[in-house]
Design a protein around this ligand. Structure first.
Ligand SMILES: C[S@@+](CC[C@H](N)C(=O)[O-])C[C@H]1O[C@@H](n2cnc3c(N)ncnc32)[C@H](O)[C@@H]1O
Length: 231
């Protein structure tokens, strides 16, 4: 997979791509990341990427030209038509695990990060193929939302996580929350690790984990529990 990110704040994205799982995915050559500095596609001498809104009002708007020109440049480099141009926006489709799975099957993802008051509507109407929101709250820019989506998508690509089964058994993925985890020491400040986990009895451990996952889901996410119960 190749992931391109167009942003007026490229260092924010570079920092994220240079750590942890995303760095490993790049080192294993499973994913290629490219960060594009929006200012390099500005058309004026001052390299401005934003302008005042027509009709007045507060806040600046990302201009259409730099975004369209950046995508033109990216598309010149891509040898495939299998691409998704994703605009990060609080007005987009609410992101979830199912959407992450769909995106993890694509060859190319292009992320457009908005900023300030938002982006010129012509980008929404004629450039983006998909608008994604990461939740019903507003962040300052699309960089953190893009990072959230990219992280959740890339970890689903086989070979990225050392132990892929750990992605498959994560909370949400199987419609249930994860069971509780413990590591050494067996007793810490008087708090004991459940006996069954120290027993070495695999069948009992599995049963305990299933029971605990069910209990946690029922307590913390009754909506999710109800849905799973109906299946
Ligand atoms: C301050 S926000 C603009 C909000 C816009 N005025 C509105 O009400 O929809 C600036 C940028 O941050 C990004 N952003 C903010 N919240 C987001 C969210 N929940 N999901 C995805 N992107 C978001 C978008 O790229 C957006 O263009």
């Amino acid at each position: 997979m190749r992931i391109d990110v167009v942003t007026a704040f490229p260092e924010m994205m570079r920092a994220i791509f240079n750590e942890s799982m995303l760095l490993k995915a790049r080192e294993k050559k499973i994913v290629e990341f490219k960060v594009w500095d929006l200012r390099k596609f500005a058309t004026d001498k001052r390299k401005s990427v934003d302008d005042y809104p027509y009709g007045g009002g507060s806040g600046m708007i990302l201009k259409p030209e730099p975004l369209f020109r950046a995508v033109d440049k990216i598309l010149e480099e891509l040898a495939t038509t299998q691409k998704e141009i994703i605009l990060m926006s609080p007005q987009g489709k609410l992101f979830n695990h199912q959407e992450a799975e769909v995106l993890s099957q694509k060859e190319n993802l292009i992320f457009l990060c908005g900023h300030y008051r938002g982006v010129d509507e012509r980008v929404v109407e004629s450039l983006a193929t998909l608008e994604i929101s990461i939740g019903d709250y507003v962040l300052t820019g699309g960089e953190i939302p893009a990072a959230v989506v990219i992280d959740s998508v890339v970890r689903l690509i086989p070979g990225v996580l050392g132990d892929f089964s750990s992605a498959e058994s994560d909370s949400i993925v199987k419609g249930m929350l994860d069971y509780p985890h413990y590591t050494r020491p067996p007793v810490y400040r008087g708090m004991k690790v459940p006996e069954v986990l120290l027993s070495g009895h695999h069948k009992n451990i599995e049963e305990w984990r299933k029971k605990q996952a069910k209990k946690k889901t029922k307590e913390k996410r009754p909506d999710m529990f109800k849905k799973k119960d109906k299946e």
